[in-house]
Structure formats: structure tokens, C-alpha cells
Write a protein that binds this ligand. Structure first.
Ligand code: GRF
Length: 198
């Protein structure tokens, strides 16, 4: 059974979707740590209420490398195999990436490589795209960058605004990490190389 580590900074709806899928066996893994760089993150409180190993490691005022070292240590102490970023609002240092090679995934609310960064749904909507969606991808040291694992497409409907589009993308986000469950089953070896990604 693979151990998942979840990193989040806020609401935690993607974490909750992962937790629900783990609970009912749709993701063949267990959550061994939920870590937030923001102590007040609602997602961390949800994790506590679920009885999970919820850990606050504040990032405020700390150099990135120091904070990352603390997070790496907590993930290793929890014997995490696979790290899932779920609304984690931090760029990871190269040391972090090296500590979990090809074992860090992120979810982003656009069809990468289009619209990385904040407010991706609004960026896409304002650009006039006709389809958007979400992407689960391996993480490297660049923002919302790395080999793509899963994408879900969401059409922009007549009458949409960026809020209605975001809500429909979020529904697909909650399914996308589940589609990625083969990574948990087989481990993540040999994935994430650009040449080997599907
Ligand atoms: C999601 O849209 C995710 O794709 C992005 O940050 C948001 C986090 O939402 N990386 P939540 O905290 O999981 O509800």
C-alpha cells in the first residue's frame, strides 16, 4: 500500500476528494501526512477532523530551503511514497524535487502548458478559450510545469463567467487525481520523463 503525502495551503477541496477516494478504495493508497504551510488552512482542519496526521509547518518568514527541509523531513518521517500538491501555493526548491524524484504530483486548473500561475481559470476565460480544464502533472522546479499525466477538458458554455467555469473545472479536478490512481498502484517509476509521459 502506497503512502500519500498531501501538501495544501487553503480550502482543501482536492484533498477532501482524494481522502474520499482513498476511503472508498478508488485510490489504492493511504494518506500518511497532510501538511500545510498555512496553519489556518481549512484543509488542515478537515484533515484533523478525519483523524489524519495533520501537520502545520508555517512558511512565513522562513527561507524557502529551510521550510522545504522541514517539509521533506515530515514527509520522510511519515514514510511518504508519493506527494500530491493540492492547492499548495509554494514553488518547490530543487532539493525538494530531488528528495522525491518523479514522486511529486500537482493539480492545476487549466490545460497546461496554457495558463500557468494564479487565477488560471480567469486567465483562460479572459483569453476567450472555448475549452479549458485541469491537469495533473509531475512537478519540477518551475511553476505549473512538468510532464502531464492526466487532463480533463471542460467546455466554456454560453453564459459562462470565470466563476461558473471555475466551478465546473473544480468538479473535474476532483475526478482527475482519481484517474491518476494507476500511479499509486504501480508506483511512479519510469513516468515523468518527457519521452515516457503519456
Ligand atoms: C485548485 O484549483 C487547484 O487546481 C489549484 O489550487 C486550487 C486548490 O483548491 N492548484 P482546493 O484547496 O483543493 O479546494
Amino acid at each position: 500500500m502506497k503512502n500519500l503525502g498531501i501538501l495544501l495551503s487553503g480550502r482543501g477541496s482536492n484533498f477532501m476528494a482524494i481522502a474520499e477516494n482513498v476511503r472508498r478504495g478508488a485510490i489504492p493508497a493511504q494518506i500518511s501526512a497532510v501538511i500545510s504551510n498555512r496553519p489556518e488552512a481549512p484543509g488542515l482542519e478537515h484533515a484533523r477532523q478525519l483523524g489524519l496526521n495533520a501537520i502545520s509547518i508555517p512558511s512565513k518568514g522562513k527561507p524557502r530551503e529551510q521550510h522545504d527541509q522541514e517539509v521533506i523531513a515530515a514527509l520522510q518521517a511519515a514514510k511518504v511514497d508519493l506527494v500530491c500538491l493540492a492547492g499548495y501555493m509554494r514553488l518547490l526548491s530543487p532539493e525538494f524535487i530531488r528528495a522525491f524524484p518523479q514522486r511529486i504530483l500537482n493539480i492545476h486548473p487549466s490545460l497546461l502548458p496554457a495558463f500557468p500561475g494564479l487565477d488560471a481559470q480567469k486567465q483562460a476565460f479572459d483569453y476567450g478559450v472555448k475549452v479549458s480544464g485541469c491537469t495533473v502533472h509531475f512537478v519540477d522546479e518551475f511553476l505549473d510545469h512538468g510532464a502531464i499525466i492526466v487532463q480533463k477538458v471542460v467546455p466554456v458554455l454560453p453564459g459562462d463567467d470565470d466563476h461558473t467555469l471555475s466551478a465546473r473545472i473544480l468538479e473535474q479536478e476532483h475526478l482527475a487525481y482519481r484517474s491518476n490512481q494507476h500511479c499509486c498502484k504501480r508506483g511512479v517509476q519510469n513516468r515523468g520523463q518527457k519521452s515516457g509521459a503519456q
